[in-house]
Write a protein that binds this ligand. Structure first.
Ligand code: ADP
Ligand code: MG
Ligand code: ZN
Length: 475
């Protein structure tokens, strides 16, 4: 039988606040263990949490960017469970009254657009971290620096049908989060992680199968691999006449397999109830509108605009819109050198390569868009060849200089003056009389030989087009 996968993602995003969600402790990553703690995030009896307004603001900003409706009344709830990294014995989360509901993100694979629904976005606090001793060390340790750090959980509808779609959704979501600067989205540091819910159903069916939830996937590659493995695993069970049980699984990245962790808990297992220490949050419309005004042009809108304004391909636009900084770099280049396609080619090829090789942010790149456009104008005017341009660009990046400075220092300007080239051609022909005679006698392929000789004699500085034209005349 043929099966079709059904995938829904729960994404946890760490909000970029200075302080934790319910106390004034710092959220800084990489501090000494248990440095950023206080009675509130340590869960001492009698402590009283206070809501971090910035955390709520970032949740609203994110909700707007993913087309959600902001709930004017929302509320924190206690989610009760025991875990050594959760000293209170409950996590402050949101349950039946989340801050936002009913949004979507558009993804587009191979030009085909698809809308992935978003069920809700809710706020919650992170737990601490357990560190298990290795080698001879039999102890386990708990670091509560992360306890109480604000998180947003973004829950999608089960709208994805392949691991590629899941990856595309995550890519788009991460891009939006980076555009609106609500999170570092650093997957290695855990500020963006996802749980993947996966089920399969026979093609043609419209009843979803039983899902398994794979927890804590912290890279795109692992997420894709885990989903693919899980799809295969479930199909195999069904083909053998078995049944899928609803459970929580873990991805073993070394082995590339998912393993059962626990049978799936139900909401009632957590004994959710409204957090008695915190008032419900009333979100005024005027506040929402203020936050909406702060939103930058979002990636999807930018892509549409780049396509219509610069007539670039979807592929080019996809790369150039991958960050606000890169999009700005492109637009500033084009404003000084009005050739979007050539600018895009240079940026997507040479510039991105130099940034990647040097591990540099586009904002810190020595070759500013103004400098790049100067270089591209020089190439267009024939002062230097495209090939020389690439070498000059590398020097510009390395030495923090303009194209003009490099060209002058190294005497690189291309010889495009006809008289200079004509002189070189005369010399070359004079020193190869036999070849010249053979060429005139019909040996056409010797033309290439002469072009090569002239370029060599000019040390690569002669404009090849001019060389071709003049050689034809002179031979
Ligand atoms: P829970 O807390 O039990 O994980 P949530 O509502 O937080 O429940 O998340 C459920 C997630 O599972 C959503 O992303 C939803 O799209 C997805 N989902 C629900 N049913 C299925 C299914 N049959 N197959 C795959 N994913 C599913
Ligand atoms: Mg879940
Ligand atoms: Zn604290």
């Amino acid at each position: 039988m043929e099966y079709i996968p059904v995938i829904g993602l729960e994404v946890h995003v760490q909000s970029k606040t200075e302080t934790k969600m319910f106390c004034a402790c710092s959220t800084r990553f990489g501090e000494k263990p248990n440095n950023n703690v206080c009675p509130i995030c340590l869960g001492m009896p009698g402590m009283l949490p206070v809501i971090n307004k910035k955390g709520v603001e970032l949740a609203i900003k994110t909700s707007l960017a993913i087309n959600c409706k902001i709930e004017p009344l929302n509320q924190f709830a206690r989610k009760n469970y025991f875990y050594p990294d959760l000293p209170k014995g409950y996590q402050i989360s949101q349950y039946d009254l989340p801050i936002a509901t009913g949004g979507y993100i558009d993804i587009g694979l191979e030009g085909a657009k698809k809308r992935i629904g978003i069920t809700r976005l809710h706020m919650e606090e992170d737990a601490g971290k357990l560190i298990h001793g290795d080698g001879g060390d039999q102890n386990s340790y708990v670091d509560l620096n992360r306890a109480g750090v604000p998180l947003m959980e973004i829950v999608s509808e089960p709208d994805m049908r392949s691991s590629e779609e899941a990856k595309e959704y995550m890519t788009r979501l991460k891009e939006i989060l980076e555009y609106i600067e609500v999170s570092d989205c650093n997957m290695e540091e855990g500020s963006l992680r996802c749980d993947a819910n996966v089920s399969v159903m026979p093609v043609g069916s419209n009843t979803f199968g039983t899902r398994a939830e794979i927890k804590n996937l912290n890279s795109f590659r692992f997420m894709q691999k885990a989903i693919e493995y899980e799809i295969e695993r479930q199909i195999e069970i069904l083909e053998d006449g078995g049944r899928i049980i609803q459970e929580t699984r873990l991805f073993d990245s070394a082995k590339g397999i998912t393993i059962s962790m626990r049978s799936k808990e139900e909401a009632h297992d957590y004994r959710y109830f409204p957090e008695p220490d915190l008032q419900p949050i009333v979100v005024k419309n005027s506040w929402v509108e203020e936050i909406r005004k702060e939103l930058p042009e979002l990636p999807e809108a930018k892509r549409q605009r780049f396509i219509s304004e610069y007539s670039l391909s979807e592929y080019d636009v996809g790369v150039l819109s991958s960050s606000i900084a890169l999009g700005d770099y492109f637009e500033k280049t084009v404003s000084k050198y009005n050739n979007p396609k050539a600018s895009s080619n240079w940026i997507m090829g040479e510039v991105l390569r130099l940034l990647k090789d040097g591990n540099i942010n586009v904002a810190d790149f020595n070759v500013t868009p103004e400098r790049l456009s100067e270089l591209l104008v020089m190439i267009e005017e024939g002062k230097i060849s495209g090939k020389m341009g690439k070498a000059i660009l590398e020097d510009m990046a390395k030495e923090n200089k303009t194209a003009q400075e490099i060209v002058e220092e190294k005497g690189l300007a291309q010889i495009s003056g006809k008289d200079d080239i004509a002189k070189i051609i005369d010399e070359v022909i004079a020193s190869h009389p036999q070849e010249a005679e053979d060429y005139r006698g019909g040996k056409d392929r010797l033309f290439g030989f002469f072009v090569g000789q002239v370029l060599k004699a000019s040390k690569g500085k002669a404009n090849p087009q001019t060389v071709n034209e003049l050689l034809k005349e002179k031979l």
